[in-house]
Every structure is written in C-alpha cells, then in structure tokens.
Design a protein around this ligand. Structure first.
Ligand code: ARG
Length: 413
C-alpha cells in the first residue's frame, strides 16, 4: 500500500508568489498542498476564481471562506472598542486580519489532515510572526513554513517558474508597491516610498480621494450600542456594513490617510502609508462617546491598556494570555458606551459636533455656568487646599534650601 503523503496547508492569495509556492512546496518537501483563501473584504477576484486557480496550479484541495462578517464582528470591532492605534497612528489593518486567516488555516489543517502551515511572507516583516505565533498558539503541534524565507522563493524565481510551468497567472516583473488590504483599511509600502522624503503620489491611494478637493461637507449620525455601531443616520447596520458605509463616505472626504515611519517587531524602521477612512472615522466617534459615558479614571487607564493592547496585536500576540485579559477589560468598559455621535466629514477631517446618550455621565446642572446650577463652588476652596498640599510642602522645602523653581520671599523683591 502506498504511504499516505504529508500535507501542507498554504495561505493562498491567488497572486504570483503563492501560486508558484503550490508547486514549489510540493517539489521541495514531497507533500501535497492544500490552499486556504479567506475573504476579509480585500476586494479583487472572487473566491471561486481563486479556488480554481489553486487547483490549476496543482493544489489537491482548495479551501475558501467568506470571513468578512467574522473579521468585522470579532476583530475590527475589538479594535474599535479599544480605540487601538499602533504608535498612536495605525489602526492595525494587517495585524488584525492575520489572526482570522490563521483560524481558517488551522481549521483547514485539521479538516485535511495537514502537519504544516505555509504562508507567503518574507523574513523581514511582522506578518511572518503573526502567522506563525498565531498558528502555534492555536495548534502547538503544527509546523510552519515560509517558502519565500525558507525555500528561496524569490520574485525572479517565481516569474521564471510560472512561465516554465505555464501557470494561469500573470507574471509582472515590476510591482510598484507591496499592498495589503481588507475592509478595515489598506497598507502600502516599498518602491519609491522607501525614500522617506518622497511624498506619496496619487496612485498610492485607492480607498480615499484627495482631501484637498473635497465634495460638500457630509453630516453623519452614528449610533452605538455597547461600543458597537448599530445604525448610521438611523438605518440599522451590521459592523461590516458600518465599516463599508463609513469607508465610502469618509473615503470620499479623504479621511484616514496615514504616512508614518513605523517600528517593526523585527527591529527595522519602515515607511508605511495607510488609508483607513471608515476605521478612523468610527474610532473618532467612538472615542467621543466614551468621553461622555466612561468615568474619568476608566478613560485614563483605558488609554494605557489600549496602547499595550495595540502593541500586542501588532506583534502577533492576538491569541496570547495577556491580550485575552486586556480584551476582558476593554469589553467590560463598553457596558454604557451607548448613544449617538454626530460628525461632519469634510476635507480629510471627521469632526464631532454632537453627542447624545441615555447612559451619559455628563450632568448639565453640574456643568452649566447659568443660574441655578447644582454645583457648590464653596467646596472647591478646601478641595484645592488639600489637592495642592504635596506640591506646597515640596516648594517650601525648595525655598528653605534655595533650590528648584520655588521663589523665597527675598527673591520676590
Ligand atoms: N507594516 C504593516 C504591518 O505590519 C503592514 C504590513 C502589510 N503587509 C504587506 N505585505 N504589505 O501591519
């Protein structure tokens, strides 16, 4: 009886490199290759076309999954609840999509009896870490393989290989950029952007129009329930629909363009362009609703949690114990984050102009400077006396020793 062949599950985009990887992995390892293609709202070719190409390139099985709602509900919405931005700027577009792809890779590995999971990442980026950490966090018995990194699958090699084997894929020698996109946003890198003085040109962008020439201002009301957008201008939406609608409307106003030099996990600084119109507009609205509905100490502490959470997600620790613990904190804070936020989208900016919430902590009678407020100003005097006491004591000591900024009486004359 012929021995059963080993199987490798390959994350398959349908592009040149991963199409060549199908045959190349089989040749180099003797294993059968099963491809996995996941729709996270990246657009482009439909999954059926991609499945057929995988088979035509030699895959024994081709697994496809429409994970758009799953991605929006369980990944993008958590980033929204966290207001998660890496380096205060990047809404974690690629970093969020890797764990959902990983889940499907592991599911397919189990379903088709594979021992190894392969991906098309190079050895220089974050994505290899996100895939491999993710896979071994969900399935410690699985092995990982990167044909680009581990089996010398260069672009030149891929072009020649595709040509020699007449693979049904267009082989171009020159891609101006490396692009990764999904419904939460789009990442663009390499090419002339590697000179960090070069400004991005028009052709870099696709989710956003030039904010310098905006259409008329667009007023929008976003309704949230426990941190999740549930309606836009009164019309019920799913998280996926909310992101799509805001991508369209904020994108038309050029909102969410980001240009930063970023610290990769592998130690390299790299120049990244992102466009995430829906994500950035939703985060702006959500953050303001939190200002109204969260307690001051919660808001302060949550900022630190979000920072750490974003680092963990960026560094491929989505399934780690600490990330899960921080998720619990973030989710708990959202209990009262319910209400409406009105924003004007215009010329690259999403500006909040109104907020309304049944669960608000804003008390008009306390805040008002009009007659009849319920705040007793006389209490403030004693409060300040005690609140300032530690600094006052320290200042008196400085005066005594002639140090610091404190000025003794002699110096005042
Ligand atoms: N630097 C970003 C990140 O690590 C984007 C990576 C995008 N990947 C790509 N193949 N272009 O999240």
């Amino acid at each position: 009886m012929a021995e059963k062949k080993d199987r490798v599950v390959l994350a398959y985009s349908g592009g040149l490199d991963t199409s060549v990887a199908i045959g190349w992995i089989a040749e180099q390892t003797g294993a059968e290759v099963v491809t996995v293609s996941v729709d996270v709202g990246q657009g482009g070719e439909d999954l059926e076309t991609i499945r057929q190409r995988a088979i035509d390139c030699g895959a024994v099985e081709a697994y496809i999954a429409d994970a758009r709602d799953e991605f929006a509900d369980e990944y993008c919405m958590l980033d929204l609840k966290a207001n998660g931005l890496y380096q205060d700027a990047y809404p974690l577009v690629s970093a969020l999509s890797r764990p959902v792809i990983v889940k499907h890779l592991v599911t397919a590995a189990r379903q088709f009896g594979a021992s190894t999971v392969a991906h098309g990442c190079t050895g220089k980026g974050n994505d290899q870490v996100r895939f491999e950490n993710g896979i071994t966090s969900l399935a410690p018995d699985l092995k990982c393989l990167s044909p680009v990194r581990d089996l010398a699958l260069t672009r030149e090699f891929a072009i020649n290989y595709a040509d020699k084997h007449s693979l049904p894929i267009e082989a171009t020698h020159h891609n101006p950029f490396s692009i990764d996109q999904n419904v939460w946003g789009r990442a663009i890198e390499t090419g002339f952007l590697e000179d960090i003085w070069n400004a991005p040109t028009k052709d870099v962008y696709s989710y956003t129009d030039d904010p310098a020439y905006p259409p008329l201002p667009d007023e929008v009301v976003i309704s949230f329930e426990q941190g999740i957008p549930v309606a836009i201008d009164g019309k019920a939406v799913t998280p996926l629909q909310a992101i799509q609608e805001m991508n369209r409307r904020a994108g038309a106003q050029g909102i969410g363009r980001i240009d930063i030099v970023e610290d990769r996990l592998v130690g390299i600084k790299s120049r990244e362009i992102y466009e995430a119109p829906g994500a950035m507009a939703l985060i702006a609205a959500h953050k303001e609703l939190e200002n109204v509905t969260l307690d001051r100490e919660q808001i302060r502490f949550k900022r630190q949690v979000a920072d750490r959470w974003s680092d963990l997600v960026y560094e491929g620790q989505w399934f780690s114990p600490l990330k899960r613990s921080l998720d619990a904190f973030i989710n708990e804070t959202q209990d009262y984050v319910t209400g409406d936020v009105r924003m004007v989208l215009h010329g690259g900016r999403a500006v909040v102009t109104g907020r309304k919430s049944e669960t608000s902590l804003y008390d008009f009678n306390l805040a008002t400077y009009d007659e009849g407020d319920s705040y007793d100003q006389s209490y403030a005097k004693g409060f300040i006396e005690i609140f300032g006491l530690t600094s006052k004591l320290a200042a008196a000591r400085d005066v005594k020793f002639g140090r610091g900024e404190a000025m003794g009486e002699a110096n005042l004359h």
